[in-house]
Design a protein around this ligand. Structure first.
Ligand code: NAD
Ligand code: ZN
Length: 374
C-alpha cells in the first residue's frame, strides 16, 4: 500500500499510533498507544520509516538525575521518515517528502549558521532542555491518560509518528535506500564529518580511533577516503577488529592486552612518536586523555566525539598542550545538516562511502536498523 495514502485524513488532527516509551531510567521500553498532535508553525509531522539505536540514546536512558533526565520520554534520534503534514510557515517540505531528522539544529539564518567557521547554530543549539524548538516545554505527545510525554533531542524517533522543527529537518533524495539514509541522521555523518571537516585528515597521515562503534567506524572510513596511511583502532571488544578492517583500519590495539604499557605508549611506538590525528568515540574522560597524548608532539590533533554522562570534566597535561597539540570537540561531526547531508547522500549514490553502511545496517555493531512497518 502507498505509505502516504492515509496521510490526508489526519491533516490538522491528532494521530494515534504506537511508540516505545521510556517511563523510568534503565527500565525496559514499553510499547504504548500514544497521541501525536498536529505540527504547529515551523514544524513537520513525520511517519518514521526506519530508526536505529545510537549510544547517546543509551546514555540518556541511563540518566536518572539532573535537568536532562526526564520521563516519560520517547527516545531515538537516528532515523528517516516521510512527511505526513506540515504546519504554517513551512517552506521546502511537503507531504510525501523523504526527510532526515537531525538532533543538531541548523536554522540557516543566525550568524553562525551563515558562517563557515562552525556548525554551532547560535540561535538554537544552546537549548538542549526544551521539548519543542520554538515552544519550550510544550510537547506534541500524550499517553493514553492524557499526560504529556517528553521529546528527546528534538527528534523522538522510537514512535510511528513524530513532530520535528524545520531547523532539525533535511529533505533528501528518495534514491538512497531508507535503511541506509537513517545512518546519516547521526552516527555515520558524525564520524565522516569529524574526519573530513573537523580534523581535515590528509593523505599519508596516521590516525587512531578510540571506540569502534558506528561513530568510530565512520571516522575511520572518512580517514581512509582521505588517504590516511595508518589507521589504528582501539577497542575492548576484539570482535570489532575483523569488522574494522573493512572500514579501513590497518592496526588494532586492545587496551586489556597492553600489559604495563598505556595505550598511548603503544601507539607512539607503532607510529614513531604519535599519530597525526586521534578521535575519541567512546565518551569517557580517561580515554580522551589517552587519545590526546597518543598524538604527535607539536602538531597532533584530537577530536572528541564521545558524549559522557553529566558533562564530566576532562584532564589534560598542560605541557602536552603547550607543546603544540590541539584538541577540539564536535557535535554532528562539524556538519551543517542542510548543507552537508545532501552531499553525503550524493557520495553514497556514487558508491563512495558505502562501506560505512553495509555492516552497520546488518546490526553487527550496536547499530541495528528497525523498520517501523515490518
Ligand atoms: P557504540 O556503543 O556503538 O560504540 C562504542 C565502542 O566503544 C564499542 O565498540 C565499545 O566496545 C568501545 N569501548 C567501550 N569502552 C571502551 C574502552 N574503555 N576502551 C576502548 N573502547 C571502548 O557507540 P556509538 O553509537 O558509536 O557512539 C560513540 C560515542 O559517540 C558515544 O559516546 C555517543 O554518545 C557519542 N556520539 C556523539 C555524537 C556527536 O555528535 N559528537 C554523535 C553520535 C554519538
Ligand atoms: Zn542557526
Amino acid at each position: 500500500m502507498d505509505k502516504t495514502s492515509s496521510f490526508s485524513i489526519h491533516k490538522g488532527k491528532p494521530i494515534r499510533c504506537k511508540a516505545a516509551l521510556c517511563r523510568k531510567a534503565r527500565e525496559a521500553l514499553v510499547m504504548e498507544e500514544i497521541q501525536v498532535d498536529p505540527p504547529q508553525a515551523y514544524e513537520v509531522r513525520i511517519k518514521i520509516l526506519c530508526t536505529s539505536l545510537c549510544h547517546t540514546d543509551v546514555t540518556f536512558w541511563k540518566l536518572d538525575s539532573g535537568p536532562l533526565a526526564r520521563f516519560p520520554r520517547i527516545l531515538g534520534h537516528e532515523s528517516v521518515g516521510l512527511v505526513e503534514s506540515v504546519g504554517e510557515h513551512v517552506d521546502g517540505f511537503k507531504q510525501g517528502d523523504v526527510v532526515l531528522p537531525v538532533f543538531h539544529p541548523n536554522c540557516e539564518e543566525c550568524k553562525d549558521c551563515k558562517s563557515s567557521k562552525s556548525n554551532w547554530c547560535a540561535r538554537y543549539a544552546n537549548d538542549s532542555i526544551s521539548n519543542t524548538r520554538r515552544y519550550g516545554m510544550a510537547s506534541r505527545f500524550k499517553d493514553s491518560t492524557g499526560e504529556d510525554i517528553h521529546h528527546f533531542l528534538f527528534v523522538s524517533s522510537f514512535s510511528e509518528y513524530t513532530v520535528v522543527d524545520i531547523a532539525h529537518l533535511v529533505k533528501i533524495s528518495p534514491d538512497i535506500p531508507v535503511q541506509k539514509a537513517a545512518l546519516l541522521s547521526c552516527g555515520v555523518s558524525t564520524g565522516i564529518g569529524a574526519a573530513w571537516k573537523v580534523a581535515n585528515v590528509e593523505e599519508g597521515s596516521t590516525v587512531a580511533v578510540f571506540g569502534l562503534g558506528a561513530v568510530g567506524l565512520a571516522a575511520a572510513e572518512g580517514a581512509r577516503l582521505r588517504g590516511a596511511a595508518k589507521i589504528i583502532g582501539v577497542d575492548l571488544n576484539p570482535d570489532k577488529f575483523e569488522l574494522g578492517k573493512k572500514f579501513g583500519f590497518t592496526d588494532f590495539v586492545n587496551p586489556t592486552l597492553c600489559g604495563e604499557k598505556k595505550v598511548s605508549e603503544v601507539i607512539k611506538e607503532m607510529t614513531g612518536g604519535g599519530v597525526d590525528y586521534s578521535f575519541e568515540c567512546v565518551g569517557l574522560p580517561s580515554i580522551l586523555s589517552e587519545a590526546f597524548i597518543s598524538t604527535r608532539t607539536g602538531s597532533g590533533k584530537t577530536v572528541m566525539l564521545g558524549m559522557g554522562k553529566h558533562a564530566a570534566p576532562i584532564s589534560l597535561g598542560s605541557f602536552d598542550l603547550l607543546s603544540g597539540r590541539t584538541i577540539c570537540g564536535s557535535l554532528f561531526g562539524g556538519l551543517k545538516s542542510k548543507l552537508d547531508i545532501p552531499v553525503l547522500v550524493d557520495h553514497y549514490l556514487k558508491k563512495e562511502i558505502n562501506k560505512a553502511f553495509e555492516l552497520l545496517e546488518e546490526g553487527k555493531t550496536l547499530r541495528c536498523i528497525i523498520w517501523m512497518d515490518k
